[in-house]
Write a protein that binds this ligand. Structure first.
Ligand code: ADP
Length: 553
């Protein structure tokens, strides 16, 4: 029989210490969970629940140690008083779990504690109403004799526990996905835990008569806290390794703090305190940096997932855009061809001779419809290139003939812009070099026309010269077109073969460009196994475009 507090502590049986240690670990774990995200109300409540379980465990140890002695009554009051807090926090935890930032009004919070204070009041002032006495048989076996009010106490506990379960079931029904899984796990854990705790702690004094099974309720509650912590970690996508590390750090720090109390001399006390402070500081520093690193890693992971999703969406949109372009271009081309055809017939006098001024206006209509048609055909080419539907018909093509024909057609345009157009065919001394290549004639014509057209468009004054030559080994044919026009800087050279790319400020020289011609040209030349590039000495110094193709041998 223990007559002093120290005696009580000495009297605590092994199972009492096991409960104290287990509930201490549960409290530390709940603290670590709270540390992960202090802004979450449910984490704070979980921490409080951990503390309540610890208090209950300590009171149980005190109760066990005080059996039969002068502190026996205090032990009973402490045990039942502490046990009554646990159901409230369990209920509150379920209330806030899975709710992001639910405000818990102070009033609701306080209201929940009213019955608790009533219970504590009764326990203190009329203890025998709930628990009449604690009896000892043979100095070891202790028995709880319950009072009349014990049933109300049991009812109070059960109401909170059942309300918690009902709340969880409601949430389970209303939730989906990860929330549903988390709440289902929580429900299973809690149901098992409740069963164990209620049978061993609440009903055993009624039916068995003894307090020998009380420890079972504690172990059930401790296991419940650990499993609930795992569910919370999974639910929040926290890194379990980080939480585990912090948990072990917290235990180490706790042990070191306890060590301080066992210091024998002042020197020992100082050294232990200093070491503890150092460890706490370095752990806080280490823990913080690990957490930050993991947070940024998670952020990067989420960002890369977002980018993946965006890329997929953009690909779908891009495909839809190409389809739209193909359809729209097709419907625009037919009426435009009619406009172009009739304006040409009117200019030619097919419907009778027209006055000069009218011819001039019709010429503008003709030019504009032609430009629009080129643009539309570029758009159609783009959608064909992107959908992989651009078809090529390869045959032997005489580049010399093509260039001479196109140059002849464009001469008029160049003259209108007051530009000289010169064509040089480097046929060698004997004039017997053939400029044959394997290619799609229509597409090669399109590329060459486009390059000559560009040279004229972007040359306000001067000349445009075309040169066709062969490499010394006769394996390559080189077509180049030089102008004395606006030229370009390095940045422009880099980008003009890309889709929709135009030089900065070029619209001042020529407004209507779409930035597609060179992209189509480079795709076509690529398909021919050739090369296309540009050289320029800078803005205002003209440009030279080169096309190199394989010669047919
Ligand atoms: P567009 O002429 O319709 O804008 P292109 O793809 O044919 O489209 O040309 C892309 C850009 O390359 C032009 O907008 C222009 O900035 C530049 N460019 C093309 N040819 C020349 C040239 N001969 N001299 C200077 N800049 C040129």
């Amino acid at each position: 029989m223990a007559t002093t507090i120290l005696g009580v502590i000495n009297n605590i049986p092994i199972i009492g210490w096991v409960v104290v240690l287990g509930s201490l670990l549960a409290a530390v774990l709940s603290g670590v969970i709270f540390w992960q995200d202090m802004t979450r109300r449910s984490n704070l409540i979980f921490f409080m629940l951990g503390i309540a379980v610890l208090l209950w465990g300590l009171c149980y140890a005190f109760f066990e140690g005080s059996t039969g002695g002068p502190f026996a009554l205090a032990g009973v009051i402490a045990l039942y008083g502490a046990a009554a807090i646990v159901p409230i926090f369990l209920f509150l935890f379920f209330y806030t779990f899975s709710v992001i930032r639910k405000e818990l009004h102070f009033l609701t919070f306080a209201e929940l504690f009213i019955p608790y204070f009533a219970i504590v009041g009764i326990l203190i002032f009329f203890p025998s109403f709930i628990v009449e006495r604690q009896e000892i048989y043979d100095g070891t076996f202790s028995s709880i004799v319950v009072g009349k009010g014990f049933y109300s106490y049991a009812l109070y506990v059960l109401i909170f526990l059942i309300a918690g379960i009902v709340l969880l079931i409601k949430k389970y029904r209303a939730s989906a996905g990860i929330f549903r899984v988390a709440i289902r796990r929580m429900l299973i854990t809690v149901s098992l835990g409740y069963f164990g705790a209620v049978v061993t702690s609440l009903f055993s004094p009624l039916f068995v008569g003894g307090s020998d099974l009380f420890w079972g309720g504690h172990i059930a509650a401790i296991i419940m806290i650990f499993v609930a912590a795992l569910i919370v970690i999974k639910y929040n996508y926290w890194d379990i390794k980080v939480v585990a590390t912090e948990f072990f750090i917290a235990i180490i720090v706790l042990i070191m703090i306890l060590e301080i109390f066992y210091a024998n001399t002042t020197g020992d006390l100082l050294v232990k305190t200093a070491i503890t402070i150092l460890v706490v500081l370095s752990c806080a520093f280490l823990g913080g940096s690990v957490k930050r690193e993991i947070e940024s890693r998670d952020k990067i992971l989420h960002l890369s997932q977002d980018i993946d999703m965006m890329t997929k969406r953009l690909k779908v949109l891009d495909k839809k855009k190409s389809e739209f372009l193909a359809i729209a271009s097709h419907h625009l081309r037919d009426p435009l061809t009619t406009v172009k055809g009739y304006s040409s017939m009117l200019i030619d006098g097919s419907f009778g001779e027209l006055p000069e001024r009218m011819k001039e206006s019709l010429g503008k209509i003709f030019d504009s419809s032609e430009r629009l048609l080129t643009m539309i055909s570029d758009f159609m080419d783009i959608s064909r290139i992107e959908s992989g539907n651009m078809s090529y018909v390869f045959s032997v093509v005489n580049l010399k003939n093509i260039i001479l024909e196109i140059a002849e057609e464009m001469r008029q345009v160049a003259m209108r812009s007051h530009l000289a157009l010169e064509v040089i065919i480097d046929e060698g001394i004997l004039s017997n070099v053939a400029f044959l290549t394997e290619g799609d004639e229509g597409k090669l014509r399109q590329v060459i026309s486009n390059l000559i057209d560009n040279a004229i468009k972007y040359t306000p004054k001067g000349e445009v010269s075309i040169l066709l030559s062969k490499s010394p080994d006769s394996k390559k044919i080189l077509f180049s077109i030089s102008d004395t026009g606006i030229g370009m800087n390095d940045a422009t050279k880099e980008k003009i073969f890309k889709k929709f790319s135009r030089a900065e400020g070029v619209s001042k020289v020529y407004t209507e460009g779409s930035g597609l011609g060179l992209y189509v040209a480079s795709e076509v030349i690529k398909k021919h196994g050739g090369r296309i590039w540009v050289e320029s000495k800078g803005e205002g110094h003209g440009s030279t475009f080169y096309v190199e193709l394989n010669a047919k041998v």
